[in-house]
Design a protein around this ligand. Structure first.
Ligand code: 5GP
Length: 123
């Protein structure tokens, strides 16, 4: 369904989608892929990506409503599969350089498995 997008995805996540580099997979269906982050920032750190080529939240459009809605509603299942428990987790997506986005294929970080620090940088 997203074959053309997957072939033209020049990011590291494109390589993962094409199976050119391995990932520690958490979940996959025809629309999305989730895998453990290679450099975890918490005890549980998974990434969820759509198979459609979208650089960041800024590039998402009305056409992506169903896909991104699907991704979002799968997050609880993926978080549980990745190792998060009833105590919760955090979902983050970085957009652009101010947020430190390094990979320009939209992805949602799921962080958990432990008590996380606050988001306020002054804390
Ligand atoms: P960003 O900073 O763009 O929001 O997050 C990119 C994330 O991708 C980082 O947390 C980084 O550790 C992760 N990452 C980068 N390269 C790879 C890789 O080859 N495999 C996996 N599993 N994660 C990666």
């Amino acid at each position: 369904m997203y074959e053309q997008d997957i072939q033209s995805n020049e990011t590291i996540f494109g390589k993962i989608l094409r199976g050119e580099i391995p990932c520690n997979k958490v979940y996959e269906d025809e629309h999305i892929l989730a895998f453990h982050d290679i450099s975890p920032a918490a005890k549980v750190h998974a990434l969820v990506i759509p198979k459609k080529l979208i650089s960041s939240v800024n590039e998402a459009s009305e056409d992506d409503l169903t896909l991104l809605g699907h991704l979002q509603t799968k997050i609880p299942e993926i978080a549980k599969l990745a190792g998060c428990d009833k105590h919760g987790y955090r979902v983050i997506t970085n957009v652009g350089p101010n947020a430190g986005q390094e990979v320009f294929h939209v992805h949602y970080h799921i962080l958990g498995g432990e008590k996380l620090s606050g988001l306020n940088p002054m804390l």
